[in-house]
Design a protein. Sequence first.
Length: 495
Amino acid sequence: MPDIAFVKPTLPRSATLVLPLPEADTPATGLHAEADAATGGALTRALEAAGFKGRKGQTTTLWAPGGNLSKVVAIGLGKLADLTPQAAEAAGGSLIPALAQDREATIAADTLPPALAASLAMGALLRSWRFDRYRTKEKEEDKPKLERIAFATSDTSAAKHAFAPMRAVADGVFLTRELVSEPPNILHPTEFADRCKALEKLGVEVEILGPKEMKRLGFGALLGVSMGSAQEPRLVVMQWKGAPKSKKAKPLAFIGKGVTFDTGGISIKPAGGMEDMKWDMAGAGTVVGLMAALAGRKAKVDVVGLIGLVENMPSGTAQRPGDVVKSYSGQTIEVINTDAEGRLVLADVLWYCQERFEPRCMIDLATLTGAIIVALGHEHAGLFSNDDDLAQRILAAGQLTGEAAWRMPLGDAYDKAIRSDIADMKNVGGRPGGAITAAQFIQRFINTKHGPMPWAHLDIAGTAWTNKDHPTIPKGATAYGVRLLDRLVADWDEG
Ligand code: BES
Ligand code: MN
Ligand code: ZN
């Protein structure tokens, strides 16, 4: 990944010059004007000849336009009035492919407010991430070369100040993307839990529970899923205590589904596309990245993150369709389909979280159902909540970060679908409204006996992974939810 620097505006000696330009007829100013003068006006003529208008996302590359400049990339910002932080990030990300063969680039952000220069940098950084741990034969010419991006700005200290927390959030995003990208033979529950230990150096308390402890506690639902696997399950409890003494309150809680591979179990999935089920731990990966982001920017809040880690395998010791298991809450579950395993894992982790922490609210993330992809595609995560205020906050944070969510209904009529003839509930409700009946199942493990428990569930099956590049997200693991929830915490609790 390239280093990011904020520097005083001077034309680069050898580095590529990037000009983020608005869609406007106003004359060039700042570094843009200097570069144009250095080329005797050739820069402006070349951009005109290339049809560059500054439209949002438009990029044009000019080679040796004159002066000492070896390469100039112009990137369109659209109308300046519409240049939100999110739009600046997208512009920053969009210029990365144009710099693949350059070692150094100077971005002329000197005519933008420093905060937007920081957003440009954030977008560029997010797009630069790559997972190349397992490539051993990539040709030199195919590797990205970018080592340093210098953002020229009128106020370097203001830009650096704005960028510092963004950098921490980007590191959280990268941790999530890495966990989600890892192959399932490497990232089994034990390895995943061990990697969470890395958060300790950020000041997060990390605790790991194994099968013995979970058996003693009575985690029958989670352990049932794990039964078929040779890999031991893990429960990881992470605590970040950042609230000042004067503002101590109950913690916010984030809970993640961490199925490191989902074969479906005895209700086995078809072979085609099954490799995608390595990222069935994206909910857990997001919780870990979020904890890293919050700790990294020293968020002034108390937060707990809990993840249930299991592998769902078919074998002679696997759980069967028809089994009845007893969850940690005491409620019994008839397991009709062993492929509806995520809700079984969440059931025990959610209950444990409430018993131990009495959190102020709980938000769980899970690649829970194929049905949410049918409903919302890859553009929105499914949001389910028993609390309108919490739901609104999540929708708003989603809008601001570009990690959109769409609220889905809950209700007794849906809950009926998971009634069982022999146990307290069954783990599937049939095809109609599959994402909703799954959420309904989870809601049965939200304890409102001692008062309200605001809870939200994000079904991220459609948003955790992308098969195409986006401005700030290279194809693959998206880390959807890290930025949304970081923003939720910042806007809600740190003000
Ligand atoms: N992990 C899957 C859901 C999933 C599907 C995530 C596609 C990402 C992409 C989940 O465990 C699952 O298998 N759900 C079943 C539920 C069904 C058996 C009620 C599904 O969606 O088919
Ligand atoms: Mn499944
Ligand atoms: Zn699953």
